[in-house]
Design a protein around this ligand. Structure first.
Ligand SMILES: *[C@@H]1O[C@H](CO)[C@@H](O)[C@H](O)[C@H]1NC(C)=O
Ligand SMILES: *[C@@H]1O[C@H](CO)[C@@H](O)[C@H](O)[C@H]1NC(C)=O
Ligand SMILES: *[C@@H]1O[C@H](CO)[C@@H](O)[C@H](O)[C@H]1NC(C)=O
Ligand SMILES: *[C@@H]1O[C@H](CO)[C@@H](O)[C@H](O)[C@H]1NC(C)=O
Length: 751
């Protein structure tokens, strides 16, 4: 019983180690849990009467945030301090009679859906286009951006707005005209891609539905690049060009020309320039990541040619569930795809031959009746050709949303930084380096997994906003001051942050006047911090340990990418029979004359070695308290010694030590790592498993116990390793056989 309990405890630790160790470089270097220190998330808009604030929109100057919520529209002032304050609010709920009708029709489901879930889009400098699900009867209106007052009475908006809040749709305005892709019925039968509010007497244009141009699409995003003559829509749909037994989903980009007004005799009020092409996200011969979840354009140069779209993809095959990938598509490659050969739609399938014609994918066809006859049923272009476009493959994160920007490092080199929101509620900040992606940090945004509808990034104010049913959170794109030493600042490899040797702080590169210490590509501390080596090391912690009492020393490391070693009394060998290193950053032992001495915890990262903790352990013979455990850690630099907590954390104090202020988690081991800046934390762990174990075992000496735990640990590790290997092997086997079936015809077009 006791052994079982202990093994369970140890397994938790080993399990964590397994997951962090096996994915090497793609582990976030630093993790900021929501309650831990350094987490810079502000949940700012949590107004009690406003729920489901899920569409977000920023004003051009970044000073105002607009939120479409449930039955309300808000405008909020954005302050640099990280606080959002309410500016204006417009209530827009469906009339009671409509809600009653809706609830009568939809029963239980109606309680949630018979509201008005509101979507927003900029229309022009003075007005917003607003549409809502309006109790299953989509309505839209136009409101004044300042006063949030209606310009006109809300009117039915079937085909412009989804029926339910779960349905994804996409809208964008170009020169005051709206381009929208949505599903125009609640049976999900009729997709619609249209332009309305057309100006200067132009006709509104829509898609020729009976042609089955689109097959059960899910619309993700749309994009209009200034200076480009086209509007692009990103979506996934059933790939009818593949003859598979089961439905195959493919991701696509579609184009329409901004100047399209439909044909004169053929395709009246219909798109004459609609064309689509497949976006392939696949590594080598592996299973493709075929379902697009989000995509964002990032400007990687001065001209509109330098736009790259970064898309988050997942796979249709649940074999790799929990796995997602990020693929890059250059605007130029998309344009090229639309100017090459096309396949013709014969009413129920695509021809296998491709054709080339000067008219395909071209704008300005309105008066070319012959050309229109051609493009009417020829709208599938060849795949967007991109080689090695997978920039990130995550083995364990289900990413659902992405935003990104390019930023200039101290040496003038430009880096693309992506913020990827995972379904677990963490925001991953990733920089794309020459040698591959580097996850600078992860920040927990939500306590529990949320269905996030919207995430936006404002490069001008340096903020990421995340809208969820819970509220609106905002995260600064960087918080350089978190890193307190030159070494930490350089090792972070954050292109936003550099060490300022003049002021001795880690700061935003743009705020440092000269002599910035930064090495985004390699994180070479020795090179960058050579004149600042006088940095203070950790203070030595001296304490008395009681005989037979279990002690846990914690090395205060932040980085998951550093290698830790413990040194004992100048002797690098720690006898394994006495010392237990569970694989996190701790050292565990029972007090005995053999364990008296000096302990040093060293870390090595990117070739740089530093001392993180020094403990001087002495022995005090006193009454045995078998249920208590001492945990010690130390601060990294003497800088942040919290004098106020000194009383309750004094290691030599006679009475039993008080509780730490940090949060407690199940295993106790993570307790102190979340407060790595603390001076000394001595705690009597109330670990249920440990207590239970100790109660049952009534031996005085714990030496034997320790040996038993060591053996159990070894067994547990072996079992876990075995299980893991077995899991890997079966997964590989399954993938291989699956790959064989599906692979040959995927991602390639017959020519
Ligand atoms: C940045 O980090 C420091 C140190 O952890 C913290 O005190 C500060 O509040 C953070 N700043 C923001 C804007 O979150
Ligand atoms: C924006 O659009 C609205 C509605 O069409 C119109 O009344 C207003 O004048 C437009 N504003 C500008 C600046 O074009
Ligand atoms: C098409 O022809 C009509 C009249 O024949 C003309 O007014 C219009 O400008 C032409 N459109 C384009 C796009 O050339
Ligand atoms: C709206 O928010 C509530 C909780 O605040 C959540 O339970 C519900 O699922 C949300 N509805 C939608 C459609 O997101």
């Amino acid at each position: 019983m006791a052994h079982v309990a202990r093994c369970w405890m140890v397994v938790v630790v080993v399990g964590l180690t397994c997951t962090t160790a096996s994915h090497g470089r793609l582990t976030p270097r630093v993790s900021f849990p929501i309650d831990g220190s350094g987490n810079s998330v502000r949940v700012t808009a949590h107004f009690s009467d406003v729920e489901n604030a899920t569409t977000l929109l920023l004003s051009d100057d970044g000073a105002t945030l607009y939120a479409g919520a449930r039955d309300a529209i808000l405008s909020l002032n954005v302050h640099q301090s990280g606080v959002l304050t309410l500016k204006q609010k417009l209530e827009w709920a469906p009339p009671t009679k409509d809600v009653t009708t809706c609830q009568g029709r939809w029963g239980g489901k109606g309680m949630l859906n018979c509201h008005n879930y509101i979507l927003l889009e900029h229309l022009n400098a003075t007005h917003l286009y607003v549409c809502g699900t309006h109790a299953f009867q989509p309505h839209d209106t136009i409101i004044d951006i300042e006063t949030l007052t209606h310009l006109r009475k809300p009117a039915g908006a079937k085909g412009r707005c989804p029926f339910t809040p779960e349905e994804r749709n996409t809208a964008i305005s170009v020169d005051g005209e709206m381009y929208v892709a949505t599903i125009s019925d609640y049976m999900r039968k009729t997709p619609s891609v249209s332009r309305f509010l057309s100006r200067n007497g132009r006709v509104d244009v829509s898609l020729d539905n009976p042609m089955k141009v689109l097959q059960e699409p899910t619309f993700i995003k749309s994009s209009a690049i200034p200076g480009d003559e086209k509007v692009y829509f990103f979506f996934s749909e059933t790939g009818n060009e593949y003859n598979f037994m089961s439905k195959l989903t493919v991701s696509r980009v579609a184009q329409v020309c901004k100047d399209d007004v439909g044909g004169e005799f053929v395709l009246q009020k219909r798109w004459t320039t609609f064309a689509k092409a497949q976006l392939v996200c696949q590594q080598g011969e592996g299973l493709p990541f075929n379902i697009l979840h989000d995509i964002v354009p990032v400007s990687e140069g001065d001209s509109s040619k330098d736009i790259t779209f970064y898309g988050v993809f997942r796979s249709q095959w649940s074999l790799t569930s929990g796995v997602s990938a990020v693929c890059a598509f250059k605007l130029q490659d998309i344009k090229t795809a639309f100017s090459r050969s096309y396949r013709k739609w014969s009413g129920d399938r695509y021809t296998s031959q491709t054709e080339k014609n000067i008219q395909f994918g071209k704008c300005d066809l309105a008066n070319n009746t012959q050309g229109l006859g051609l493009v009417k049923d020829t709208f599938l272009a060849e795949n967007v050709q991109t080689k090695d476009n997978m920039v990130l493959l995550s083995p364990d994160q289900t990413y659902s949303r992405v935003v990104g920007q390019q930023t200039q490092a101290a040496n003038g080199q430009a880096y693309t930084v992506l913020f990827l929101l995972s379904e677990s509620g963490y925001l991953h900040k990733v920089v794309l380096l020459k040698g591959g992606p580097h996850i600078i940090e992860e920040i927990q945004v939500f306590r529990s997994p949320q269905t996030v509808k919207n995430i936006i990034l404002s490069a001008s104010i340096g903020m990421v906003f995340v809208g969820s049913p819970e509220g609106i959170s905002q995260v600064p794109v960087s918080n350089c001051s978190f890193h307190q030493t030159c070494a930490e600042c350089v090792l972070a490899r954050d292109p936003f942050c550099g060490w300022d040797p003049t002021n001795g702080v880690c700061a935003r590169v743009s705020d440092i006047l000269s002599d910035v210490r930064q090495d985004v590509e390699h994180g070479n501390v020795t090179e960058q911090c050579k004149t600042t080596v006088s940095e203070k090391g950790p203070q030595e912690i001296e304490f008395y340990q009681e005989l037979n009492r279990l002690t846990v020393l914690l090395c205060p490391t932040l980085s998951s990418q550093s290698l830790l070693t413990w040194r004992f009394s100048n002797n690098t060998h720690l006898p394994p029979a006495i010392f237990l290193q569970p694989g996190d950053n701790s050292l565990v032992f029972a007090g005995s004359p053999l364990t008296v001495g000096r302990y040093v915890c060293m870390s090595e990262e990117r070739g740089f070695e530093q001392t993180l903790g020094i403990f001087s352990v002495k022995l005090r013979i006193s009454e045995i308290k078998p249920t208590s455990v001492q945990v010690y850690t130390t601060s990294q630099s003497g800088k942040h010694t919290p004098t106020t907590t000194a009383g309750k954390t004094s290691p030599t104090s006679e009475q039993s030590p008080g509780h730490t202020t940090s949060t407690r988690t199940q295993t106790g081991h993570t307790v102190v790592t979340q407060e790595p800046k603390g001076y000394v934390i001595t705690t009597q762990m109330e670990n249920a498993a440990l207590n239970k174990a100790s109660e049952v075992v009534s031996v005085k000496s714990y030496y034997g116990e320790l040996v038993a735990v060591s053996i159990l640990l070894a067994i547990c590790m072996l079992m876990l390793a075995g299980l893991y290997m077995w899991h890997l092997r079966s997964l590989r086997r399954a993938t291989l056989s699956f790959g064989k079936e599906k692979e040959p015809s995927l991602g390639k077009t017959d020519t």
